[in-house]
Design a protein around this ligand. Structure first.
Ligand code: ZN
Length: 466
């Protein structure tokens, strides 16, 4: 959706000699996608709550079910950022900001934005844009996408987060999906939205909402170059005309609100201003007391209002629909207060309610770690390490557990990964060397060579960017 508004920036710094890049093949784009994924995962705080990730993925899957087979597996990733945006980058990857989820009014609106992005993916508009600018090398392309999509945002560690922005400021020219691309993404996305049974009018309404929010500076941190797209008005009118031509019964389609309201509650409670979130949930108590209590509890815990948080989460636990999540959040609170045994029992309850929830497994792993049960803790951590492979916190916990089990080489490998994600190369190298000197078994040496490949990958990516 970024594409709706953005004059995307190509830092001139990265422009390579002509002829380095011809036709963009699917495998070129897959490689670009892999690198871009690394970049997103190391620049943004990926939301490590699988209830949130899965809820958004379900909406995408529903849209995918009416789409033709795609050249890439489509992967959606929710990252923590307040601006109301989403964007499709190379190779079937869609990044959704928490600000978008917080500001949409229904699942249909969120689906409208996602359908537009999915249309960019299925038409391979990124590849087309790349082909139009033939003088770019692969490194330049990564830089271009990074500058365009990640511009002046990223994790709140300003200095480094602004790297792209400042490089872009050194001299930039506009790159954007062409007007034709945007129009095609609207028209095709609209068809996906309608075929998947969502409310058709939600797409132009979502665009209007995003534009208003950007005018208001809503969500905060919206870069100034995110000016409104001049053709947007026209595009919204075109979509509204298509809505009007649909039969009444199709116009009245609406998604079930349950998935979305839970998703939005979790996003607002975990990532919104906690004081604002509390006020919002207080106002919603009558409409849905269960979700309001869950949201209140999470927001109160963030404000260290522990008694209030506990009361709210306990009352949410009485609701069948959110019992597991409320137990998880109360478990998280107790864990943070050092009440480990109590926390573990609650988290076990959460786990039996939501056996697939990776976030519960991580908390339970922490509880077992605190209780000295390292083997079980490490086992519980494995799905999370697979799902969120660029999480420094998860690798730090893994390192501590490997050390507790006496596996020194593996502990240093995990630490090296944690530091590499944070781009603290010297620390990463130090741990890598310690791991090498301690590696005895073939399995340990194999783990080391996997680490070396990953470090080289990450390092070369950042070299291309700086
Ligand atoms: Zn677009």
């Amino acid at each position: 959706m970024r594409s709706l508004f953005a004059a995307l920036l190509i830092p001139l710094l990265w422009v390579a000699p002509a002829g380095a890049w011809g036709r963009v093949t699917v495998s070129d784009e897959a490689e670009l996608a892999r690198k871009f994924q690394l970049l997103i995962e190391s620049r943004f705080a990926v939301v490590e709550d699988t209830v949130i990730q899965d809820a958004v993925q379900r909406i995408v899957d529903r849209l995918l079910s009416v789409m033709p087979p795609q050249p890439f597996p489509v992967q959606v990733r929710v990252v923590e950022h307040p601006s109301p945006n989403a964007f499709a980058s190379a190779g079937g990857q869609i990044t959704v900001f928490t600000g978008l989820i917080a500001h949409m009014e229904s699942e249909d609106e969120l689906a409208g934005v996602l359908a537009h992005e999915l249309a960019h993916v299925s038409e391979r508009h990124v590849a087309q844009a790349i082909e139009r600018s033939q003088y770019l090398s692969v490194g330049a392309l990564i830089g271009m996408l990074a500058g365009a999509f990640l511009g002046a945002s990223g994790k709140a560690q300003t200095g480094e987060a602004l790297m792209m922005g400042s490089a872009a400021g050194a001299g930039a020219l506009a790159f954007q999906y062409s007007r034709d691309n945007e129009h095609a993404a609207d028209q095709l996305g609209f068809a996906f939205l309608v075929d998947a049974g969502f409310e058709p009018a939600a797409m132009p309404r979502a665009f209007g909402r995003m534009r208003r929010l950007q005018w208001l500076g809503g969500g905060g941190g919206v870069p100034s170059y995110l000016s409104t797209h001049p053709a947007l008005e026209e595009r919204m009118v075109a979509l509204e005309e298509r809505v009007a031509r649909l039969p009444q019964h199709i116009q009245r389609h609406k998604a079930d609100s349950k998935n979305f309201t839970l998703l939005q509650t979790l996003v607002r409670a975990q990532f919104g201003q906690p004081e604002t979130a509390q006020a919002v949930f207080r106002a919603k108590e009558k409409a849905d007391s269960c979700l309001a209590a869950l949201g209140q509890g999470i927001a109160a815990a963030r404000l260290h209002q522990n008694a209030e948080a506990e009361a709210a989460l306990r009352s949410a636990m009485a609701c069948p629909g959110v019992r597991g999540i409320a137990a998880r959040e109360l478990g998280r609170l107790w864990l943070s207060l050092g009440q480990t045994a109590q926390a573990r029992r609650l988290l076990q309850e959460a786990q039996s309610a939501m056996p697939q929830d990776v976030s519960t497994q991580v908390l339970l792993s922490q509880a077992h770690a605190d209780e000295g049960n390292a083997a079980l803790a490490l086992e519980l951590l494995q799905p999370a390490l697979k799902r969120f492979p660029r999480s420094p916190q998860l690798w730090q916990l893994a390192s501590r557990l490997e050390a507790a089990l006496g596996r020194e080489s593996a502990a240093h490998i995990a630490s090296a990964r944690a530091f590499a994600v944070m781009r603290r190369w010297e620390k990463a190298a130090w741990h890598r060397d310690r791991a090498a000197s301690l590696a005895r078994t073939p399995a340990e040496r194999e783990a080391l060579s996997r680490l070396d490949a990953e470090l080289e990958d990450l390092h070369s990516l950042w070299r291309q960017l700086s």
